[in-house]
Design a protein around this ligand. Sequence first.
Ligand code: SF4
Length: 362
Amino acid sequence: MIVGAKSFFEYERPELAEIFHPAFRATQIYKSVYQRWFDEFELMTDLPKPLRASLAEDWNVKLPALHRRFDSSDGTRRYLVRLADSELAETVFIPEEHRSTICISSQIGCALACTFCLTGQLGLTRHLTPGEIVTQVLVAQRDNLSWDMRDSFNIVLMGMGEPLHNYDNVMKALRILHDDEGLNVSMSRITLSTAGLLPPLERLANEPAIPNLAISLTGATNEKRNQLMPVNRKYPIEQLLDAVRRFPLKHRQRVTFEYVLLRDVTDSPQDALHLVKLLKGIRAKINLIPLNEAEELGYKRPSDGAIESFRQILIDHNISAFVRKNRGNDISAACGQLKKKWADEPEKVVHPVGAASRLDCR
Ligand code: SF4
């Protein structure tokens, strides 16, 4: 079978409509790839046979190969997706009863160097392309969801990387995922998490289609945040919160604040009260994330009692606060852990994604 060099997943439909003649072929192929899960042009029998052959010579609609898949006893699945240059992108599928979550990466490594994050220790290797971001979603969707449940997932950009540092590629990927002739994922099902890069956050606020916003906070004072998240030294907490206050929210929409609980660093009652004061007047909910301990990180997870006391202070001040369940602990849970451990190990594919799944949809 011939596989062309150009990755179809890198292109938005309007771009393809400029390339293909007649232009409606772009929509036909988009539907076949994103809605019918076809990974060969030969299967697209609504296209003339000579066109299928010539498309196959130039274009590639195959998903990337898996380097490894790790299955947790709680149903969580973690993927190391092998990219064209052999870099590995981490993707996680978290099953839920009604709507599962697909957590994707936006960069290989990260430049922001948060001290509680393993990805931050890797430094930035490179940005992911739009197609490399889009195909992570497709890999997880096709490997986990039955045909009937194929749209039952949310997407969170909380994997490796700071999405706003790779702004143009991330936004292009979101437009591809959102296209109603493609995967048609509503922006209300997508959450972008940022550590607080202000110029691109202001830019995001002016986009025609905006995902849900999550702010990785982990520290409610400049002193704490400077120590934990170096980005705060450039964009201090009050400037970040001002930008959040200006961020356009729909009716009943709230901004999520992620707060990593580190023993004796961010978990005291005083820290909780700082947080209450900081978020006053903001439509917010807080995800408390007890640290996923890793040898390389010099922090500890707080006790269950300290976690609950912290949450209770927030609840007592009428702030919605949830403790995020640690999922997939038995398969290296913290972001960045997998790549660090497995990059030099040989490839071990559990089964190829795509072919078997595609049969389910017929
Ligand atoms: S927490 Fe996010 S922004 Fe900070 S180093 Fe890790 S991936 Fe980068």
